[in-house]
Design a binder for this molecule. Structure first.
Ligand SMILES: Cc1cc2nc3c(=O)[nH]c(=O)nc-3n(C[C@H](O)[C@H](O)[C@H](O)COP(=O)(O)OP(=O)(O)OC[C@H]3O[C@@H](n4cnc5c(N)ncnc54)[C@H](O)[C@@H]3O)c2cc1C
Length: 414
């Protein structure tokens, strides 16, 4: 069926246009809203508050969660969302790292480091809903069900053409700065000729929630085996149920085999690989499968353009780094843009945007290096090296000595 596209000449001007209302685009718009009065957030999906959902732990059933590091929590606090989210999040007080077949294990604890927590695990659905609610209550304009179709750079601004899928109209907007947070299939690769490095990934992740016989005691587990990398993350207690979230990164072939198993057989494999540190695994939710895409944009800034989130860096989920890294990027970008505004500079100039990029290069390199060592993590025999590599998310930004060790590891010092 052919679609008739109606061109409209209406052009509205904004300070900032953000494309992509995933976790990164939503958080960015909220951090910018105090200082920038005209922001447009565009997404091809419906961006709306789900009135049928409530902030209850039921949103953990058949859903994925996200592990947030303490640096992310600090940023979420600035958005005034943490008080509510904390009530439905599970604290991660300790991280236990072990290897299938290894004798030893490593336990890192928040209290040893004078911290209240190493991180928190929260339902992605609850987190996303709380961001959407906050955006909808702000002056940020949201254009849902609208896909970016063309981007044209002018001297002082960027022109963005958007196809509104409901009425097949093309709307056109001007912006001083365009920020692309549109995920791994970002339009920057098609429309702007931005090159990306694609790393072949032979992995997939299976995720599900597991009911336990005993409490998880707020411990997150990282388990390495030759079959893959397994993370078990605490979930808030729901009525009488003790639950953890399993994220198992496996070779595609094995992930396919495991997907076709009955719940009972799958649970047996999980228990065999993990052992009995959390007692007997009783029951699982629906299993979800995620492709593991490792790609990196070769450019992250141009005059009038910034690329963020998965569009800039899509990394292996090992150590739960992706969103935490992106939120640190978002925070740095917002700081740079605010000071450019105060200094009355044009926020879209390469000079301003390069300040942001230079401030983030090292963090990005170090963080992506963790994920990239996935293959060697599986085959490495030194538990402490594996522990250091896997602890990235929860410790890297709060433990100075570990940060140093990890940094040294990143540059090859053992
Ligand atoms: C199995 C797994 C577990 C993970 N666990 C963790 C974890 O515990 N902690 C952590 O920090 N990270 C984790 N991550 C990484 C994290 O999920 C990502 O870093 C994060 O979701 C990226 O968000 P994003 O907003 O950049 O992209 P996306 O979530 O992909 O959002 C992109 C948005 O852009 C929109 N869009 C796309 N194209 C267009 C277009 N042309 N026009 C308009 N809109 C468009 C899409 O509709 C979408 O809403 C995990 C990843 C995986 C795969």
């Amino acid at each position: 069926m052919s679609v008739t596209i109606c061109q409209t000449a209406v052009t509205k001007a904004y300070d900032i246009v953000i494309v992509g209302a995933g976790l990164v685009g939503l958080s960015l718009s909220l951090l910018l809203k105090q200082d920038f009065k005209s922001i447009l957030l565009i997404d091809k999906r419906k961006v709306e508050v789900d009135v049928t959902s409530s902030n209850s732990t039921d949103l953990y059933i058949n859903k994925k969660s996200i592990a947030l590091s303490m640096s992310s929590i600090e940023i979420i606090r600035q958005l005034d969302l943490w008080n509510e989210l904390e009530k439905v999040a599970a604290k991660i007080e300790k991280v236990h790292v072990s290897g299938n077949g290894d004798v030893g294990s490593v336990l890192l604890s928040a209290c040893e480091l004078d911290q209240k927590a190493l991180g928190y695990n929260v339902s992605t659905a609850i987190f996303s809903q709380s961001l959407i609610k906050s955006v909808k209550n702000s002056q940020v304009e949201v254009l849902s069900e609208s896909s970016v179709e063309n981007i044209i750079f002018k001297k002082e601004h960027v022109e963005i053409e958007v196809l509104q899928t409901q009425n097949s109209r093309v709307a056109s907007f001007n912006s001083k700065l365009l920020i692309m947070c549109d995920g791994v299939d970002s339009k920057v690769f098609d429309f702007l000729g931005v090159q990306k490095s694609d790393f072949e990934s032979d992995y997939e992740a299976i995720s599900t929630n597991i009911d336990l016989q005993q409490p998880h005691q707020n411990i997150a587990y990282q388990r390495f085996s030759r079959k893959g990398h397994m993370a078990l993350l605490p979930i808030p207690k729901d009525k009488q149920t003790n639950r953890v979230e399993l994220v198992w990164v496996l070779k595609k072939k094995l992930a396919n085999e495991f997907s076709s198993l009955s719940d009972e057989d799958f649970l047996k494999y999980v228990q065999d690989n993990f052992g009995y540190r959390l007692g007997v695994f009783e029951k699982i939710d629906q299993r979800l499968k995620f492709p593991i895409i490792r790609q990196q944009s070769m450019e992250q800034i141009r005059n009038g353009l910034v690329i963020l989130g998965n569009a800039a860096n899509s990394i292996y989920p090992i150590g739960a780094q992706g969103f935490n890294l992106a939120l640190r990027d978002v925070n740095n970008l917002v700081t740079v843009l605010k000071s450019a505004l105060t200094a009355k500079k044009h926020i879209g100039t390469f000079e301003v945007l390069d300040q942001y990029y230079q401030s983030k290069k090292n963090d990005q390199e170090l963080t992506t290096c963790f994920g990239d060592s996935l293959e060697s993590i599986f085959s490495h025999h030194n538990l402490h090296v594996r522990a250091l590599r896997s602890l990235g998310l929860l410790a890297i930004d709060i433990v100075p000595f570990l940060r140093k060790k990890v940094t040294k590891f990143g540059v090859g010092v053992r």
